[in-house]
Design a protein around this ligand. Structure first.
Ligand code: HGY
Ligand code: MN
Ligand code: MN
Ligand code: MN
Length: 434
């Protein structure tokens, strides 16, 4: 066998593509919506079944498995020097409603297969290798993206100081059915002691590197016929929740001059978001109103309440923040014009962008060259668990092409050949860093 420090020889790496495809297909069946869509919401029954499926695969790969208080799952291959900070890799398996079966999944199942590839090649790690299933990357259920990572962003002392504040905040957090975060977590077998989330916190330097394999969720690699994307930066995401309130009333009986229509205010705000984003002067600024709810939601009742959720991002943080300020001013002006109350304008998260670590980028480039895979540097416009892991560890991401760049919809697709390429680059990069 090779000495524990030697880099895995790229020629000796073999991916078991057949079983990896079978695992991707089987995992996609743990869904609350019919195939080909996938819906898998944090702590739902299907999420719990999917977690059991992954833990079983981790065990079969010889990884020792442990879970923290919010359900981040860790599979560890102890290295010859286990006291050194480990090399970690991972992603998520939660899926937004009616999405696809590759987003996040490729970075979890692919990571487990990368461990198998290294074992089959006779590689023995010096630093331990750790595969992480992040408990929830999508904001779907509780409106908090990268929940498991939010608890880890920043330096440990700040977080420990914040742990009570975070516990308090999470205690007040409920989903659309008014189920509290802690009740949902407990039903899924987590957060038994809701007071103490300290098991979730990681010290800066806990890992020597964090790597994430992910589909590009954009069309560039496929269009340019390139096998591997090496991510240099992750765009800065932000999300805002807005509520307008008016008097509502009978859609026939109330004449137009006497109305204060919360629905119209929501519609105007959506157009204002588009305007401010397009006025930013850069194609890198994006904005979406993905949620717009009208109350009472009856055709013959003037909306008395409207709820709008806005997602805006940019690779330039200050340009994104300018959009947020302008949207806020518009919301105030629109409330006045529609004679409704702006009852809430809440910035849920406003995160900085993340830069990949130079040496991790170089290792990924070396791995791609070793494997004779075409590759290019690129930014990630989607956010990932890596966005937060970058705050506590040197980070890097490997992208693979996906069909027409489709993601967050059932047509999402990545070929097993492209996935296998990504797994090999991940395996070699882990080996180099270990
Ligand atoms: O929205 C995102 O960027 C991620 O896919 N959740
Ligand atoms: Mn996603
Ligand atoms: Mn994802
Ligand atoms: Mn992600």
């Amino acid at each position: 066998t090779q000495s524990c420090n030697s880099d895995p020889q790229s020629s000796s790496l073999s991916v078991d593509s057949e079983s990896l495809q079978r695992q991707i297909d089987e995992l996609s069946t743990f869904s609350d919506t019919p195939a080909p869509s996938v819906t898998r919401i944090l702590y739902s029954e299907k999420d719990v079944l999917a977690r059991r499926f992954i833990k079983n695969l981790m065990g079969r790969s010889g990884l020792s498995v442990h879970e923290d208080a919010v359900g981040n799952i860790f599979g560890r291959w102890e290295g010859s020097e286990p006291e050194l900070p480990a090399v970690a890799t991972g992603s998520h398996i939660d899926a937004i409603p009616y999405s696809g079966k590759y987003d996040g999944v490729v970075g979890v199942l692919g990571a487990i297969e990368a461990i198998n590839v290294l074992r089959r090649s006779g590689f023995e790690p010096k630093r331990s290798l750790e595969v992480i299933l992040f408990t929830s990357e999508e904001p779907t259920r509780f409106g908090i993206s990268c929940l498991g990572r939010d608890l880890n962003s920043g330096s440990c002392d700040r977080l420990l100081a914040r742990s009570q504040a975070l516990s308090e905040a999470l205690k007040k957090t409920v989903d659309g059915q008014n189920i509290s975060f802690f009740n949902a977590a407990r039903l899924a077998g987590y957060a038994k002691d809701q007071e103490d989330l300290s098991s979730v916190f990681m010290k800066e330097g806990h890992y020597s590197a964090f790597l994430e394999l992910h589909i590009e969720q954009g069309p560039i690699l496929e269009e340019e016929g390139i096998s591997i994307g090496i991510v240099t930066a992750i765009a800065a995401p932000a999300s805002i929740k807005v509520d307008f309130e008016g008097n509502g009333g009978h859609a026939g009986a109330v004449l137009m001059p006497y109305r204060n229509d919360a629905g119209l205010a929501a519609a105007e705000l959506a157009l204002a978001v588009e305007k401010h984003v397009l006025d930013s002067g850069s194609v890198d600024t994006v904005g979406t109103v993905g949620i717009m709810e009208l109350h009472p939601g009856a055709i013959n009742s003037i909306p008395s309440k409207s709820h709008v959720e806005i997602d805006t991002r940019d690779i330039d943080e200050s340009r994104r923040d300018t959009v947020i300020e302008k949207v806020h001013l518009s919301a105030i002006a629109i409330a006045e014009k529609c004679k409704v109350e702006l009852s809430e304008f809440r910035i849920v998260n406003k995160d900085p962008p993340a830069l990949s670590d130079k040496s991790v980028i170089e290792a990924m480039q070396f791995a791609s060259q070793q494997l004779n895979l075409s590759h290019k540097f690129m930014i990630s416009r989607a956010y990932h668990d890596s966005l937060f892991m970058a705050r506590i560890s040197p980070m890097g991401m490997i992208f693979i092409p996906c069909y027409k760049g489709y993601s967050h919809k059932p047509e999402e697709y990545a070929s097993i050949e492209d996935i296998a390429n990504g797994v090999k680059v991940l395996a070699v990069t882990m080996g180099i860093n270990s």
